[in-house]
Write a protein that binds this ligand. Sequence first.
Ligand code: KIV
Ligand code: ZN
Length: 516
Amino acid sequence: MPTTDHLVIFDTTLRDGEQSPGATMNKAEKLRIARALEKLRVDVIEAGFAVASQGDFEAVKSIAETIKDSTVCSLARALDKDIDRAAEAIQPAERGRIHTFIATSPIHMKHKLQMQPDEVVAQAVRAVKRARSHVEDVEFSCEDAGRSELDFLCRIIEAAIDAGARTINIPDTVGYAIPEQFGQTIEQLLNRIPNADKAIFSVHCHNDLGLAVANSLAALSHGARQVECTINGLGERAGNAALEEIVMAVRTRQDFFPFDTRIDTSHIVPASRLVSTITGFPVQPNKAIVGANAFAHESGIHQDGVLKHRETYEIMRAQDVGWHTNSLVLGKHSGRNAFRSRLLELGIQFETETELNEAFTRFKAMADLKHEIFDEDLQAIASDTRQKEEDGPYGLVCMQVSSETGVIPRASLTMTVDSKEHKVNAEGSGPVDATFKAIESLVDSGCNLQLYSVNAITSGTDAQGEVTVRLERGGRIVNGVGADTDIIIASAKAYIEALNLISKGAERRHPQGADV
Ligand code: KIV
Ligand code: ZN
């Protein structure tokens, strides 16, 4: 068993998290999340899959140029072209890592790779050596390790370590593992592989059976010392192990775990909000650590107990994970400098002065409508303002909606298509329906609306509503997000953002696709 008392936190929100249908982020959004992760003090940021597209490559590169306090990593299949592209993208990083992988389960080798086990070992060794020719820090993953044979895992891992891998990752790719069994697998690998002491063993668990965090913790108890996780548990299908849950379990149960992380837990809630706002994936209220109810006590008995002695019903302090209940930060009379510094404290940095000015104008307009401006409002303003690098063709100029008892709701909008103004209007079963129909009367997108959700960003009836619209077309799914104190306007913004995203239609390779 390794004796190291440091647990390496490897965050893959920007890579595996982005593989959630609809969670695609642009470069500026990824940079903002990377900055928040650095503030959180994660050890490794998996910034993307550089070979997937030009956009992914540029995002990884700009994160590598910006981030100083975390290692920046790119994923690469065990292919020369992937590894060379990953190396190029992380080249500017102070500390860069290449994470290469190949599938090792019988089902993946036979049906996906159509390769013999010997060929898979040879390709893994070649990939690790090639990655090592670029960087010192190389991680090797056995995709679908959770369903791989132990003897084969031992063989390929020993060879990968000999070839120069310094981190060995054991993914439960399909979320099939059970904690006790997964922990035993890690222990047996550590005991049986002769050169296991030359690498840090890592785990990467998916949540298909709701066991990603439990499996990760079991693996850590049996000797793994890196855990791969995502903010809010974002990720393929049911997601990955949630960073906040793992970090707080380890921190809270130091009597049980003989290691700790270097995470600054006070940045957990802001990071969670940022990821939720950018991806449009709301956090369920009862979600551990970061859900709105995670520290709320409803029952009288609990409230009474907490008032008498907090620890009667609380095992963590809300402020330790970054809950500082809607602190009022700025008001109508706040100036541009105060606005800029508060944004910086929240980890929000605009790339251009024009963006900052635009955000400040929005802030002033909001301060006229809403006297109390909270951090959450600032984050929504920032998200709304960020200029999409590849801005789409559609824009909202202004709108008017009528809604009256007994009268059919009607929406009239002025929209731009490629900067040219158009007036559209429609009736609907409600004001949101009328708005979307009016937009579609012009765009005729052919998209299916898969999700429409509204969340109040803060409390009070003057709160901004944050609307998420998920559209699907030809198998491609995007999420548009819009925020406004008027939820019908927020809905129009979200719908238009989703249309812009779908209109880009950029093709990206999926890392775990069949084209190896
Ligand atoms: O789930 C998985 O197997 C992965 C690998 C690429 C590490 O995401
Ligand atoms: Zn994964």
